[in-house]
Design a protein around this ligand. Sequence first.
Ligand SMILES: C[S@@+](CC[C@H](N)C(=O)[O-])C[C@H]1O[C@@H](n2cnc3c(N)ncnc32)[C@H](O)[C@@H]1O
Length: 226
Amino acid sequence: MPFSIDRVIPWGRTLAEYRAMFDLSEGDLGGRILGCGDGPASFNAEMSALDRAVVSVDPLYSYSAAAIQRRVQETFDVVMKQARDNQQDFVWTHVPSIQELGRRRMLAMRRFLSDFPTGKIEGRYRDASLPYLPFSDGSYELALSSHFLFLYSAQFDLTFHCSALQEMLRVASEARVFPLLQVGGTPSPHVQGVIEYFKSKGFRACIETVSYEFQRGGNKMMRLGR
Ligand SMILES: C[S@@+](CC[C@H](N)C(=O)[O-])C[C@H]1O[C@@H](n2cnc3c(N)ncnc32)[C@H](O)[C@@H]1O
């Protein structure tokens, strides 16, 4: 399916959220990290300000900061209305209210947008699409997918998920995916197939409960490694 910015619903997540979603330790944060489908998250910007090594790939990065900012503005009210209409589907502990959700998301996306032009020149934001990554084998310690794999289970089949994760494990020693829910908040039908595929190839594959839960039932992370 060809990528178009008109299908992206920007939803910037922060370093604090990435830490909790992926159970990232200080050791993890000290390694070379690849974020796959990071979109307008501020993870890369915040890590880079701390002198940590993060590269993010996303087809969204073929667009200019101005075009991404336009998309953020176009969709913000729609996203907030959806959250307001479906409040019962979220756990309001990490984020206490709808207003606070909007404030934090906008802050994260502004942080991303101001870092994006420099980060692109520095090669920290790369225009690339799973299941192909423009890096040599073993370039990273860790590859992450937040709210891309499993989320779009209706659009991307099991074969795509296995190929994408195989590619992430080619360039990194370990891959982590969060959450394991698809759009609508139900468990992805591909989770079991992915676990079986990687176990049959001799990889470690497990599901762990993490401390982060915003989407109700979305507190599980998949960890794959050699
Ligand atoms: C819901 S957003 C998640 C953004 C960020 N990871 C977060 O958790 O806030 C999904 C992202 O996946 C990106 N995406 C779409 N197709 C992709 C592909 N084939 N490979 C990598 N990223 C893709 C979109 O551009 C979008 O930025």
